[in-house]
Design a protein around this ligand. Structure first.
Ligand SMILES: Nc1ncnc2c1ncn2[C@@H]1O[C@H](COP(=O)(O)OP(=O)(O)OP(=O)(O)O)[C@@H](O)[C@H]1O
Ligand SMILES: Nc1nc2c(c(=O)[nH]1)N=C(CO)CN2
Length: 328
C-alpha cells in the first residue's frame, strides 16, 4: 500500500485484431486495477504507423488515471493487461494487439530504462500528443504544454484523424422490465404491459438510438420501427423491414454508432433486448434502467445477474418500481 495518490497519463495503441474492442477492454481493466480510478479517456483516433511504416494503421487514445500504485507497480500491471489481451512482443515499433505506455506521472521524473518518465518519445509522436491534448492540454512536459507541442509543424503533418468507432468504455445503456425471477419475456413477448412503464420507456428513448435483436424487432407493434427513434437491429441473418437499420455483427454496430455519434454527439444508445442481445452487448453496458414488475410470470428468458452494477436510484410507480443501476 502507498498513500500517495498521483495522476498518471497513459497512451494506448492497437493495430492488429479488433483494435477498438481491445482498447475498450484494456480501459475497463485499467479502471478495475486496485487503488486506481480511470479519470478521463480521450476519443479514439485512426493514425498512420509511425517509426516502422510498413504495418497496418493504428487506433490510438490516451487516458488519465489517479492511482495509489507506485509508477513501477502500475507499469507491471499494465504489462500484465497487455499480455492478457494477447500482446506478443515481436519487434521494436512493430505491429501489436495492444500497447500501453506510461506518458507522464505527476511530480515524477524517472530514467531507469525499465521505466522512463516522461516517456522519451512523447513530444515527437502525434499519435500520442493529439489524444493527450484532449484530456491534458495544460500538462507541462519538457518546459512546454501539450497544446504547444501539438502546434509544431512536425506534429500537424502526421496523419491522425478521429476514428469512426465508439470510444467510450461503456457506450450503451439498457432499458428492460423484469419480474421477480429476473424474467424478461415469454414466447417473444413482454411479460406485462403497464402504461406507466410504456410511458417511461418512451420518455427515456425518444429522439435516441434503440438497439434490439430480431425477436424484439418482430414483437414491436405491427413489426414496425418505433417512431421518433433510430431503430437498429443486430442480427446476422434476419430479413429486416424498411425503417430499421441492420447490423450483421458487432463491428458493423460500432461503425454505425460511431457515425451516428459524429452526426449528433449527445444521442444516447439504448439496448432494448431481448435476452440474447443483452448478453451479447453486456460488456458494453454502463447503465441499466430497470423496471421491476410484481410477481413471477413463467418467463423463458432472463436478465443476467447485476453483479458489477450498483443501484443508484429507485422510484416506486403504481404497480412497479423503477430503478437505475450503474456499473460500479
Ligand atoms: N514510460 C514507459 N512506458 C512503458 N514502457 C516503458 C516506459 N519506459 C520504459 N519502458 C520500457 O520499455 C520497454 C519496451 O516497451 P515496448 O515493447 O512497449 O516498446 P515499444 O512500444 O516497441 O516502443 P516504445 O517504447 O518506443 O513505444 C518495456 O520493457 C518497459 O520496461
Ligand atoms: N500510429 C502509431 N504508430 C506507432 C505506434 C502507435 O501506437 N501508433 N506504436 C508504435 C510502437 O511504440 C510504433 N508506431
Amino acid at each position: 500500500m502507498n498513500d500517495v495518490q498521483r495522476r498518471i497519463w497513459l497512451s494506448l495503441g492497437a493495430n492488429l485484431g479488433d483494435r477498438g474492442e481491445t482498447i475498450r477492454e484494456a480501459l475497463r481493466r485499467i479502471a478495475a486495477l486496485p487503488e486506481t480510478d480511470l479519470l478521463q479517456t480521450a476519443p479514439f483516433y485512426e493514425t498512420a504507423p509511425w517509426g516502422k511504416t510498413d504495418q497496418p494503421g493504428f487506433i490510438n487514445t490516451a487516458a488519465e488515471v489517479r492511482t495509489g500504485l507506485a509508477p513501477l507497480e502500475l507499469l507491471h500491471r499494465l504489462q500484465r493487461i497487455e499480455r492478457e489481451l494477447g500482446r506478443v512482443r515481436h519487434e521494436h515499433w512493430g505491429a501489436r494487439t495492444i500497447d500501453i505506455d506510461m506518458l507522464a506521472a505527476e511530480g515524477t521524473v524517472c530514467r531507469t530504462g525499465e521505466l522512463n518518465l516522461p516517456h522519451p518519445y512523447l513530444t515527437e509522436r502525434a499519435f500520442v500528443l493529439i489524444p493527450l491534448r484532449d484530456i491534458a492540454p495544460q500538462l507541462i512536459v519538457q518546459g512546454r504544454s501539450i497544446a504547444a507541442w501539438c502546434r509544431r509543424d512536425e506534429i500537424a503533418g502526421q496523419a491522425v484523424v478521429p476514428a469512426p468507432e465508439l470510444d467510450e468504455p461503456y457506450p450503451l445503456k439498457l432499458i428492460v422490465a423484469v419480474d421477480e425471477a429476473r424474467g424478461m419475456g415469454r414466447n417473444g413477448q413482454l411479460l406485462m404491459k403497464l402504461d406507466e412503464d410504456m410511458a417511461r420507456f418512451r420518455a427515456q428513448t425518444m429522439g435516441q438510438t434503440i438497439i434490439m435483436g430480431r425477436r424484439t424487432m418482430e414483437s414491436l407493434p405491427g413489426g414496425r420501427p418505433l417512431p421518433g427513434r433510430i431503430n437498429v437491429v443486430l442480427s446476422s441473418g434476419a430479413d429486416v423491414p424498411q425503417g430499421f437499420q441492420v447490423c450483421r455483427n458487432e463491428k458493423q454496430l460500432w461503425q454505425l454508432l460511431g457515425r451516428l455519434r459524429r452526426d449528433e454527439p449527445g444521442r444516447g444508445n439504448w439496448c432494448i433486448g431481448g435476452a440474447q442481445t443483452c448478453r451479447t452487448l453486456w460488456p458494453y453496458i454502463g447503465e441499466i434502467r430497470l423496471t421491476r414488475l410484481p410477481g413471477e410470470h413463467g418467463a423463458d428468458c432472463f436478465l443476467p445477474d447485476l453483479q458489477g452494477f450498483r443501484l443508484q436510484q429507485e422510484e416506486r410507480g403504481r404497480a412497479c418500481t423503477f430503478q437505475c443501476w450503474q456499473r460500479a
